[in-house]
Design a protein around this ligand. Structure first.
Ligand SMILES: Nc1nc2c(ncn2[C@@H]2O[C@H](COP(=O)(O)OP(=O)(O)O)[C@@H](O)[C@H]2O)c(=O)[nH]1
Ligand SMILES: [Mg+2]
Ligand SMILES: [Zn+2]
Length: 346
């Protein structure tokens, strides 16, 4: 379960200092939570309700926007709060009760079209939904500083396939690399293009690729995900997003590091959810079937394998292994597959 870190060498064990800091923060947060839990929020029965979309989530709270553009700072009903990590995410359609006391309360979360979820990095038995109801998940990597992590991209692609959204890979910071390095990166990206995943090269600094990115997400709601420091927030800004005023982020949190996912509306009409950078991205309860379905290039060969339930790992007469050996399948993708296979349940 721990080898989800794979090629992220620098992340192989978070330094304990960071761990402790995270724990201290969590403890402080849960104390705060306890304080508010007792005056348990319940909307009075006759409170009028309104539909809204969640644009930001905090501990026990959320900001949601109604169809008419009204921004509501909400608290969460006890039932929603109890399962907050899976029950509520940016992009969720919610019903907000407007209590006569002046408090807005999220009382229901609507069904999801799509979602993206991961293992909770603090608790490997817990799923955490990152975003809901997005059309496209944009997996951002960088050409350098930090270097591209193809195995992390592969894990995201599996998570996206499970959640039902479309994937798009963006390699940002191409201004930092020269021609030959660019060609190497293009060769790495060919693996994804070969399985029909669109890949764009971009630079939030020079503006390269920004038009193409705007076009690719035109009219959609999308989420930007990826490792910290790859330039997700910079890309969102380059796409023309104005900082969202009056949001949770203004209250005592850092401005330069994205600490919570937040939905922005672009001048083009597209909606973009900027998410905090991750250090790790693990898959929650991945099944072999989901894994097979996500690696479409392997699935296409499976009918030619000797065993109907071939896992393409150690079996005799495996068409996938044969294709890898002949150089017809990417060894990098096959390696990602094997690493994930080792983490599946059955
Ligand atoms: N050279 C270069 N630097 C960039 C580019 N995009 C972002 N950066 C820098 O990379 C750092 C991290 O960017 P940020 O947007 O905060 O990354 P995030 O953590 O993914 O949101 C910042 O110092 C940015 O100025 C780019 O296209 N080229
Ligand atoms: Mg950011
Ligand atoms: Zn096989």
């Amino acid at each position: 379960m721990y080898d989800e870190f794979d090629d992220e060498d620098d992340l192989n064990g978070l330094p304990s200092m960071v761990h402790n800091r995270v724990r201290r923060r969590e403890r402080a947060r849960s104390k705060k939570r306890k304080k508010t839990r007792d005056d348990s929020v319940r909307a009075s029965r006759d409170a009028p309700t309104v539909g809204a979309v969640v644009i930001e989530v905090g501990p026990g709270s959320a900001v949601a926007v109604t169809a008419t553009g009204e921004r509501l700072s909400c608290v969460l009903d006890a039932a929603v709060r109890a399962k907050q990590r899976t029950a509520l995410a940016v992009g969720d359609d919610v019903v907000v009760a407007r209590d006569p006391s002046g408090v807005d309360i999220v009382v229901r979360v609507g069904p999801r079209r799509t979602s993206l979820s991961r293992l909770d990095p603090q608790n490997f038995h817990q799923e955490r939904v990152v975003v809901a109801n997005v059309d496209t998940v944009v997996v951002v990597g960088s050409a350098a500083d930090p270097p591209l992590r193809p195995r992390l991209v592969d894990r995201y692609l599996v998570a996206i396939a499970r959640g039902g959204a479309q994937p798009l890979v963006v390699v940002n910071k191409v201004d930092l690399v020269d021609g030959p390095r660019r060609e190497q990166l293009a060769a790495v990206c060919a693996d994804w293009r070969a399985v029909d995943v669109q890949v764009l090269f971009a630079s939030a600094s020079t503006g390269e690729g920004i038009e193409a990115l705007l076009e690719a997400i035109d009219g959609q709601r999308c989420a930007f995900v990826g490792h910290s420091g790859v330039g997700k927030s910079s890309l969102v800004t380059a796409l023309g997003s104005q900082a969202v005023a009056g949001s949770l982020a203004e209250h005592g949190r850092g401005r330069h590091t994205t600490s919570a996912s937040m939905l922005h509306r672009l001048p083009s009409g597209a909606e973009v959810i900027d998410t905090p950078g991750v250090r790790q991205f693990g898959l929650f309860n991945l099944t072999r079937r989901e894994l097979r379905e996500a690696f479409t290039e392997l699935a296409a060969l499976a009918p030619q394998c000797g065993f109907a339930d071939c896992t393409h790992a150690h079996e005799q007469d495996c068409a996938v292994v044969a294709a890898v050996n002949r150089g017809e399948l990417s060894t990098a993708r096959y390696d990602s597959y094997l690493r994930l296979l080792a983490q599946t349940k059955e």
